[in-house]
Design a protein around this ligand. Sequence first.
Ligand code: UDP
Length: 448
Amino acid sequence: MADHGSKRWRLVLTSSPLQGHMTPMLQLGTYLHSKGFSITIAHTEFNRPDPSKHPDFIFHPLPDKLSGPDISAGVIPFLQTLNDNCKPHFKEHLTQIINAQKDRSDKESIVIIHDNLMFFAADVALELDLPSIILRSSSAAFSLAMMIIPQLHQEGRFPTQDSLLQEIVPELDPFRYKDLPFIGRPIEETLQSITMIIPKTPSAMVWNTIEFLEQSTLTHIRNHFQVPIFTVGPLHKIIPTPSTSFLEEDTSCISWLDKQAPKSVIYVSIGSLANANEKVAIEMAWGLVNSNQLFLWVVRPGSVPGFKWTEFLPDGLVAQMKDRGLIVKWAPQKEVLAHKAVGGFWSHCGWNSTLESISEGVPMLCQPFDVDQKLNARYLSHVWKIGVEIVAKSAEIESAIRQVLVGKEAEEMRQRAMEIQDKIKFALCDSGSSNNSLKDLVDFILSL
Ligand code: UDP
């Protein structure tokens, strides 16, 4: 436990209502609580975390007036609604805490920790003269890419002409123009959202990444922001945390996995936000069946637009799938990836999924959709060489599944994945980089 002397601390954490943001925020909160800090989670009502899983935290709802469709309506309206609606309640709550403590001798020092989508929290911190720390739940490379897109735009390199797409972006080597985030989106929307979410005045930044994975990128980031940067990933391996899923996990898949041979199953999931259209989803299903390998497939309800769940699958295909695999609505993913029966992960390559897979030494089939996923897929396939990038065509899928699960190439990839897993274990041990960074973060907060 950190030595707080006579001082008391309240950390007020606020995360956007996205699974990939909320999970690392709750994990960081759990770690900081174990070091003696009091934790308040200020959360939206939409996709609210479950207080019963974190009995030591105080939960404070922010009336956000959001609903599912707002998230798919477009980035700018979503961010604007989220930030405009949450800000007044957040400020009022903090002001009440400060006022209630005014005449107390043992008052708490308050520090705000927020993700980059909840940028209203940075404004409130400035207005109330409180320190604020940003938690980034994606790679450092994604932030660097976002930071240089306005410059690429000014120089006529973004949006990118077709002839340049395969080229390396010199400022972002080894990433290519085609790996850049937001590539197919309207440029004005992209520039506006980047201006909104690039942090402006944080006291410090915490990254759910690992120093050895992104060393040179982190150097750029440190030079740019000139504030302390803590690299504390992978957070899910730091401290046991109860499930943070917004959807109910179907744990029956674990007993199904228990019955399968080691490294024989490909686990398939495209995360909490990506959608696969009907044609793509059917290609995926044929690829799975024709690969002749066992599979565990998460089809999130509604993730194939126009269908409630798996009604897009033709009857004949369903019959063939029954013998080889299991389809669930939502899985306990970390447990699945740590299971000995899982030999590969076919993923959209969200950053949390990427970290969860490499932490277990599981090679990946990379099917990136949007945002940071193409950068992560490039890391996996080109830099770490533990992934195979695919487009969703059934013939290509079936051979890629075999490439990752069986044969010499699969064995070599698994070997490299296990080497990365070992380095991650080292980063988490007593003198490892992530563990040291967490201790530094605690010291930093105590110094504020
Ligand atoms: N996840 C899960 N069960 C599933 C699918 C995903 O628990 O069936 C979790 C996964 O472990 C990860 C998160 O959802 O922590 C997805 O985050 P990621 O950054 O990979 O992608 P996003 O959903 O933000 O696109």
